[in-house]
Design a protein around this ligand. Structure first.
Ligand SMILES: C[S@@+](CC[C@H](N)C(=O)[O-])C[C@H]1O[C@@H](n2cnc3c(N)ncnc32)[C@H](O)[C@@H]1O
Length: 284
């Protein structure tokens, strides 16, 4: 697929999902806060720094570092989706974050000069692009010497049962007899093990590489709560669910909760483990 088509497709997906991300913003930020805190802690940001957040979504990770930067410093919060950026703007206004500017930016073509930022943050963005190695080299380009990039990506499906169960449930809808095009999926190369992440950071000529596994739990009150979470927030999968006929949607829902039966709690809820890979590296 041509790069512009691919980019437009992604932008459409995330623009469409932005209202739901805004609706779930506070809850999602709370659930995932330890990952953001890890990234911010390893960034080594200082007063007066310019920090770039890529694929910021509703912007919550960057907003944690903004107070450290002070009036002399600046957070540049970026995303491919203008609607996501608007959600981030709304959040910043609500939280009183003032030392931030918002820009539409693609991970693959950052609209900033070489060596112009003191740190780069990106939580769950690098698996969105077809060439994460190129995207990391682009981040390296804008980073000043000796300053750090901190990223998080999702580990493979064997360590993320919710993701794996959803992918499998949707794949049933793509059985040959009923196969329909999957207009919202884009090929994402593997960046799913600590070795792959470490290697890709090294290949982007970054140094002082550290990759750590980070456990999370997805906890839901019941099946409806779980379904609302994935069908509202899970990127291309959420778009595919929205495009299904009601009967097919119900089938996917049933397959998903059946596959996750082993994670039921005694109160009828779900407690599903998840694993992401947090990494940090420096510009030499
Ligand atoms: C899974 S969400 C993560 C959002 C946020 N970083 C977080 O952790 O909550 C992925 C984000 O990547 C953005 N995105 C997708 N492709 C992108 C690209 N090529 N360049 C920049 N952002 C992109 C989407 O618009 C979306 O906001």
């Amino acid at each position: 697929m041509a790069q512009d088509d691919w980019r437009e497709q992604k932008r459409r997906v995330w623009d469409a999902l932005a209202p739901a991300w805004e609706r779930h913003r506070v809850d999602f930020a709370e659930r995932t806060r330890p990952v953001s805190e890890w990234l911010v802690e390893h960034l080594d940001a200082r007063p007066g720094d310019v920090i770039l957040e890529l694929a910021a979504g509703t912007g919550e990770t960057g907003f944690l570092v903004a107070p450290v930067l002070g009036h002399a410093g600046r957070l540049i919060s970026t995303d491919l989706s203008p609607a996501m950026l608007q959600a981030a703007r709304n959040s910043a206004a609500g939280r009183g974050v003032r030392n931030v500017e918002f820009r539409v930016a693609d991970l693959l073509e950052i609209p900033l000069e070489d060596a112009s930022v003191d740190g780069v943050l990106c939580r769950w963005g690098y698996q969105q692009v077809p060439d994460p190695g190129r995207a990391l080299r682009e981040a390296h380009r804008v980073l000043r010497r000796r300053r750090r990039i901190c990223i998080s990506v999702w580990a493979d499906g064997s360590r993320n049962p919710l993701d794996a169960a959803l992918t499998a449930a949707l794949a049933e809808m793509d059985a040959p007899a009923t196969r329909r095009p999957a207009p919202y999926s884009a090929p994402v190369p593997a960046l799913e093990t600590a070795e792959e992440v470490g290697m890709m950071l090294c290949e982007a000529d970054l140094v002082d590489v550290l990759v750590q596994e980070h456990d999370l739990r997805w906890r839901f009150a019941d099946g409806a709560d779980l379904w609302a979470f994935v069908s509202d927030l899970f990127g291309g999968a959420a778009m595919r669910i929205a495009a299904l006929e009601p009967a097919d949607r119900a089938t996917v829902h049933e397959s998903l909760v059946a596959a996750l039966a082993g994670f039921r709690t005694e109160h009828g809820g779900y407690d599903v483990p998840a694993l992401c890979l947090n990494a940090t590296a420096a510009c030499p």
